[in-house]
Design a protein around this ligand. Structure first.
Ligand SMILES: NC(=O)C1=CN([C@@H]2O[C@H](COP(=O)(O)OP(=O)(O)OC[C@H]3O[C@@H](n4cnc5c(N)ncnc54)[C@H](OP(=O)(O)O)[C@@H]3O)[C@@H](O)[C@H]2O)C=CC1
Ligand SMILES: [Fe+3]
Length: 477
């Protein structure tokens, strides 16, 4: 990769350095103006990828060299720019760009990368990169590296959300930066000329870009189940019989809604994997792209899983608080009074005891497994696993959590669904509705576990393709 890098980075080097610095053998030299947080993260990543880095500071003697990795040279701004083979990063806030005009001569002909972000959305102003290009007309300004966080830059994390967007009016300079980004482990995307730079600068300001869909889905599910529950147990009894159950809205209704949302959201984490498997089985190849909606859904599984976990945690806390309610105390007292009046000594029903113990046990175990899943979804923990371990945890334990959650719900409902009293106003119990999708997912997974399907899928995932995808000459041969 590094050899690929050398040619374009070295080619076209146009240093007017009057006093060039001695260059160590090794990777190409990249310079960074500014010694702040972004500069440090960038230097760490560049050094790890085999580049030599020279940081240019207004006052190099003031910098704590221990903050930068070994091999990073800290010089004056002028010396740093002089020593750059071709690429110079401006890791300085845009309001200070004008202080760099003294470097115009040194920067002439070099690729000047602007990494700054906008401070406001939709301001309609000229972008920072366009301002920089105006200040340095003889440099080739490229906009890019607006990753969401400097942490991602340092860690080199790259999934869909770690894509770096690059734009410039100079195509050769843009190619150089695209290649540099690739060498750093990012997925760069060419988005055109410098006129696109405002959009790139605004990208880090958009809040939680990968969370919008999952949050909206969870919210819609919440509204549906909360509305359904309120209608069935509060609004209709009030309109029909004048029963006032409105006090249930803040706690009881919430606590019944949250597990339903958690269960359906958890099913939505595993459903796209099944759909993807069905696509691959039907197509007989893994080399055809999934439809965009499925790709998008697959990329949001982690967010959906974490939102499901949040609902589970809230459900656990709400459940623990149920007995603290004043209404719970009254219910207990009323039951005791009725028992005494009926002269019943022991009202314990063996079946009910079993039911509640099994229901609680499955709930606690499911909660434990989901906690494990949530912890292993953190990059710092997940990185400690190899691929098989990670797949086992995320898929094997994931389905275990789903099964335990379904059992928890089934034990909660017990045989209640078979009595007409559970269907007031012809509305089925909510837990039955919440079980539909998770059960479909579980049955679908069991179906895919059939040996004929598992073996075919395993073959496809190892690169096998059905005959209809073979090139014609191969078929003839
Ligand atoms: N693309 C991305 O994802 C990200 C981009 N950024 C961008 O990177 C740039 C730097 O951010 P960051 O490193 O966090 O900021 P810092 O404040 O940590 O660092 C800025 C550096 O600029 C240098 N500098 C040069 N001239 C001046 C001046 N006149 N006044 C003040 N400082 C000056 C200073 O270095 P010295 O004193 O050594 O000269 C200072 O350390 C910003 O434009 C920011 O928007 C930041 C985070 C993420
Ligand atoms: Fe529960």
């Amino acid at each position: 990769m590094q050899n690929d890098m050398k040619t374009p980075l070295l080619a076209g080097a146009a240093s007017d350095a009057s006093e060039p610095l001695p260059r160590c053998p090794g990777g190409p030299v990249i310079s960074i103006i500014g010694s702040g947080d972004f500069s440090r993260s960038l230097a760490i990543r560049l050094v790890a990828c085999g580049f030599r880095v020279v940081v240019g500071s207004r006052n190099p003697n003031r910098i704590d060299r221990g903050l930068f990795p070994d091999g990073v040279d800290i010089r004056s701004q002028k010396e740093a720019v002089d020593s750059a083979e071709r690429v110079v990063f401006a890791a300085v806030y845009p309001e200070h760009y004008y202080t760099l005009v003294g470097l115009r001569r040194q920067l002439a002909g070099k690729v000047l990368v602007d990494v700054s972000s906008a401070t406001r959305l939709n301001s309609g102003e000229q972008s920072n990169a366009e301002k920089l290009a105006e200040l340095f007309p003889e440099s080739r300004v490229v906009k890019g590296f607006n990753v969401i966080s400097a942490w991602a830059l340092q860690a080199g994390v790259h999934d869909g959300s770690r894509q770096v967007l690059i734009c410039s009016d100079c195509s050769t300079s843009k190619d150089t930066v695209l290649q540099l980004a690739r060498s750093m482990g990012f997925s760069p995307m060419d988005v055109g000329g410098l006129c696109q730079s405002r959009d790139i600068e605004e990208a880090p300001l958009i809040l939680f870009p990968s969370w919008g869909g999952p949050i909206l889905t969870t919210f819609i599910l919440f509204l549906f189940f909360y509305g359904y529950n309120s209608l069935k147990h509060i609004l209709l009894p009030y309109l029909d019989k004048g029963q006032n159950n409105f006090h249930q809205l803040p706690l009881v209704t919430m606590n019944e809604t949250l597990p339903a949302v958690a269960l359906v959201t958890l099913a939505l984490v595993y459903l796209p994997g099944l759909v993807a498997a069905v696509f691959q089985l039907c197509r007989g190849t893994k080399y055809k792209r999934f439809p965009r909606w499925l790709d998008h859904w697959l990329c949001r599984r982690k967010q959906l899983g974490l939102l499901s976990f949040l609902c589970v945690v809230l459900h656990a806390v709400y459940s623990m608080c149920l007995t603290l309610r004043r209404a719970a105390g009254y219910t207990l007292l009323n039951a005791a009074y009725h028992q005494v009046k009926a002269d019943v000594e022991n009202s314990s029903v063996g079946q009910q005891v079993w039911r509640s113990d099994l229901y609680l046990s499955c709930g606690i175990l499911g909660f434990g497994v989901l906690t494990l899943l949530a912890i292993t979804s953190l990059p710092s923990v997940g990185n400690a696993f190899n691929w098989r371990e990670f797949t086992f945890v995320q898929s094997g334990l994931g389905y275990t959590a789903l099964t335990l959650s379904i059992m928890h719900t089934l034990f909660f409902g017990w045989d209640f669904a078979f009595f007409p009293v559970a269907y007031p106003y012809y509305l089925p119990p909510m837990y039955l509705l919440a079980l539909i999708l998770p059960c479909i997912v579980l049955v679908g997974r069991l179906f895919l576990a059939l040996p004929c399907l598992t073996l075919r899928l395993a073959k496809i995932r190892r690169g096998w393709e059905s005959a209809r995808h073979w090139p014609r000459n191969n078929q003839d041969g």
